[in-house]
Design a protein around this ligand. Structure first.
Ligand code: F6P
Length: 545
């Protein structure tokens, strides 16, 4: 991939010149001026309807942003991404999660080997999963498993737990639990709910060196040995890892280790054997549909013009707000409880990828990179933080995501949910002027001085930007497509910001210090630390006795 400082492009310069004008941009007027605005700024791809028109920009800015992508040679970068160049350069690795969902007959020669390996590991996983589901893969004493515990953290937890929750309507008889935090209480609360005799433990760790996962796995194995027996461990513990040797050292039987590949990053790995818990919970056919949906989005991303390309246009809008409109964050508001875990999943995917301040030449960047992502499902969030989006001082572009068709037949609920979904983006855009507030208060029996006092608090500035994603129905396929859409958005942003999106050196320092502090806590020697940390360590230590 070429290293192009985005600020050196003509498009960046144009966008910088224009940003002052666009700070005054008025959405309501833009719609009045251009009756075709909604049509022109909406992208449709089969079941995805993506309305970008309630954003603080217009086709002119859209064109300049698209020019920015071209000047940053996004086209060539997409080829490098899909065809296995080692674009994760600091770790010397390819970034080929897309190969995990590519059918063999569609695989380009350059990635055929990767696709073949992916298919072989998928078929090993599917065989095993099918046997657990149909009861032929049995417990140590010949019973069917009824419970699965996924032990993993970060990418080895967030993807599986997000998808498992999102596809609750597709769950089979197996009950899944997820243990991630290195918190004994978290482990204990899960162990309280399960019967070791009928539980399968899936240890998921790409490195098989993550402190949290190994600690949890050891505690759970110990508990299992006490409750059942050491000789039953082999039948009840499987591992997903790219470090097969470490998994064997831990005590997992070789046949029970499902390999994953170096060329798949942890936070993009739910499509691989890391998704084993998902496949166990929703079945292999549904898991395949999830992959197919992601592949649909891969094809759209790879082959659509930038102008009509959903991930490209979403990424460019993020860049517009982040680099030219000074927005710090972006909200993700799914109008379904099923996607409750989507924001936290995206926090890792987006912020671990693009939270970088050194460019691909190793120099500090002089522009903003990764933005902050947060959110919660609507309508709940309307009754929580929407006040700040409506009347606060911050610019918060938001993604509103909803599915037209509900899973169950409650038309009244669905209409109300969707009415709220549509109403919020309209309200955020339209706001409420002083005149409208006055009209609204006209019929009230307050005195005119009381009305005058209240008026300013009831004014909504409006002009708050939103992007609406209206998808036909939440299915394994559409979910796969949605997640892949965000994966490609992340990639495009990283290309334009000229950063490495696929490493995560920033999480190392905390890990090292935690190891050092662990030693200090054991030896009760705290003087190597700053005064604040020393005070905290001493206070903590005093509470232990
Ligand atoms: O904390 C960083 C990280 O390396 C993530 O990128 C990764 O998803 C997570 O830890 C878990 O890593 P592993 O799967 O190797 O246990």
């Amino acid at each position: 991939m070429k290293n192009i400082n985005p600020t050196s492009t003509n498009a960046w310069k144009k966008l910088t010149e224009q940003r002052t004008t666009y700070k005054e941009f008025n959405l309501k007027q833009a719609f009045k001026k251009n009756p075709e605005r909604a049509d022109n700024l909406t992208l449709i791809q089969d079941d995805f309807y993506v309305d970008l028109s309630k954003n603080l920009y217009n086709e002119h800015i859209k064109d300049t942003l698209t020019q920015l992508a071209k000047e940053c040679e996004l086209d060539a970068a997409i080829q490098s991404y899909f065809y296995g160049d080692p674009i994760n350069a600091t770790e010397k690795r390819e970034v080929l999660h897309t190969a995990l969902r590519t059918p063999l007959h569609k695989a380009d020669q350059r990635i055929k080997n990767y696709v073949q390996d992916a298919l072989a590991s998928k078929s090993q996983m599917f065989d095993y999963v099918n046997k657990v589901i149909n009861g032929t893969q049995q417990t140590y004493n010949g019973k069917a498993f009824d419970t699965i515990v996924n032990i993993g953290i970060g990418g080895s937890d967030l993807g599986p737990v997000m998808v498992y929750n999102a596809l609750e309507a597709y769950h089979n008889h197996l009950k899944l639990h997820f243990v991630s935090n290195v918190e004994g209480d978290h482990v204990e609360e899960v162990l309280k709910k399960i019967n070791p005799e009928t539980t399968l433990f899936v240890i998921v760790s790409k490195s098989f060196g993550t402190q949290e996962t190994l600690t949890n796995a050891m505690t759970i194995r110990q508990w299992f040995q006490e409750k059942v027996s050491a000789s039953a461990v082999g039948a009840h513990f499987v591992a997903v890892s790219s470090n097969v040797e470490r998994a064997i050292d831990f005590g997992v039987e070789k046949d029970n280790i499902f390999p994953m590949f170096d060329w798949v990053g942890g936070r993009f790995s739910l499509w691989s054997t890391v998704g084993m818990s998902i496949a166990l919970g929703i079945g292999t056919q549904n898991f395949q549909l999830l992959l197919d949906g992601a592949h649909d989005m891969d094809e759209h991303f790879k082959s659509s013009s930038f102008e009509k390309n959903i991930p490209v246009q979403l990424a460019l809008l993020t860049i517009w707000y982040n680099n030219f409109m000074e927005a710090e964050s972006e909200a993700i508001i799914p109008y379904t409880q099923y996607l409750q875990k989507l924001p936290s999943y995206l926090q890792q995917a987006i912020m671990e990828s693009n939270g970088k301040s050194v460019d691909r030449n190793g120099n500090p960047v002089n522009y903003q990179t990764g933005n902050i992502v947060w959110g919660e499902p609507g309508t709940n969030s309307q009754h929580a933080f929407f006040q700040l989006i409506h009347q606060g001082t911050k610019l918060i572009p938001a993604h509103f995501i909803a599915f037209a068709k509900a899973k169950y037949n409650h038309p009244d609920h669905q209409q109300k949910l969707m009415a709220n979904f549509f109403a919020q983006t309209e309200a955020l855009m339209n706001g409420m002027t002083l005149k409208e507030v006055q009209q609204d208060l006209a019929s009230s029996n307050m005195s005119s001085s009381e009305k005058a006092l209240l008026e300013p608090f009831k004014v909504f500035e409006g002009n708050k930007p939103t992007t609406t994603l209206l998808i036909d129905e939440l299915t394994p396929r559409s979910l796969g497509k949605l997640v892949a859409m965000y994966e490609h958005k992340i990639f495009v942003e990283g290309v334009i910001w000229n950063i490495y999106s696929y490493d995560q050196w920033g999480v190392q320092l905390g890990k090292l210090l935690a190891d050092a502090i662990l030693d200090d806590l054991k030896s009760k020697k705290f003087n190597a630390h700053d005064p604040s940390t020393q005070g905290l360590l001493k206070r903590y230590d005093s509470k232990l006795s």
